[in-house]
Ligand binder design. Structure first.
Ligand code: ARG
Length: 257
């Protein structure tokens, strides 16, 4: 019970409204030679053109030019909503060339109650002319090494980032992930991270995509940043919404938005 509450809070979201980012935690103290982000590095301008930052402090990805796929826990419900600003087209959130577009509607996953089903769609006031990120509709890509990116904290308890960070994390099986998280909803969630920790998403990365290359060498989204125990802790992988499970629901919801 208490643990579920704690886990719900780890789903952050509204609370303090952290922002996104690909993170990592440093195993121990750093030396002067340590890069600014352990386990993560700066993304190049244009490297992940589908990445979106949302004003409530979450990440997202362009599912279509006018619809952002994010996490259910990043939004407060469904309906008309003009309060969210999506920032796209830049790695530097303070860049004068940032594309900023307001939301018009939000659709939170049907049946979302804080456990699993952590996806939502945000309709934008106008299309953004940038490449979109296709979503996996089978489990074929639910394995291997994934890329994560975001503007969230670069270490547990750290501040939000100005520049987009990226990192790579390996798939973790449901069986192994359940050892850390008995409450894992295995059919709806997919885990990733190193057993030794050190690389992870973190507060403010929520809603952003976890993705990899498909058989045609194109990026494909397999996960949505959802939750975890702290960030980058050993034996506590990051938990992501399993996109393939919801692909047809996402597709039909987008068609109705
Ligand atoms: N719930 C967090 C957010 O809203 C994301 C946490 C991801 N944690 C992790 N250890 N991978 O930004």
């Amino acid at each position: 019970m208490k643990k579920n509450l704690v886990r719900a809070l780890q789903r952050c979201a509204a609370a303090g409204a952290v922002v996104l980012a690909a993170i990592s935690l440093q195993p121990t103290s750093s030396s002067a030679a340590t890069p600014p982000v352990v386990g993560g590095t700066r993304a190049a301008q244009g490297e992940f053109p589908f990445m979106v930052r949302l004003s409530m402090g979450c990440g997202g990805a362009l599912y279509t030019k006018q619809i952002v796929l994010t996490a259910a826990h990043c939004v407060s419900g469904s309906g008309n909503n003009t309060s969210i600003t999506a920032t796209a087209g830049v790695v530097d959130l303070q860049s004068s060339s940032a594309i900023k577009v307001k939301s018009t509607k939000v659709l939170q996953a049907p049946g979302y109650n804080g456990t699993g089903k952590d996806w939502a769609l945000i309709k934008l006031a106008k299309p953004i002319d940038l490449p979109t990120l296709k979503i996996a509709d089978t489990k074929a890509y639910d394995n291997g090494t994934f890329t994560v990116a975001g503007w969230g904290a670069a270490r547990e308890g750290g501040g939000q980032q100005r520049y987009l960070l990226k990192a790579q994390v390996p798939f973790v099986s449901d069986a192994s992930c359940k050892q850390a998280y008995p409450e894992l909803v295995a059919g709806e969630e997919i885990c990733a991270g190193f057993q030794q920790g050190g690389v992870d998403t973190c507060q403010g990365d929520s809603g952003g995509p976890m993705f990899r290359k498909d058989n045609n060498n194109a990026w494909i989204q397999v996960g949505i940043v959802s939750w975890g125990e702290g960030c980058a802790r050993p034996n506590y992988p990051g938990v992501y919404t399993e996109v393939s499970t919801f692909a047809s629901a996402i597709k039909s919801a987008a068609a109705r938005l």
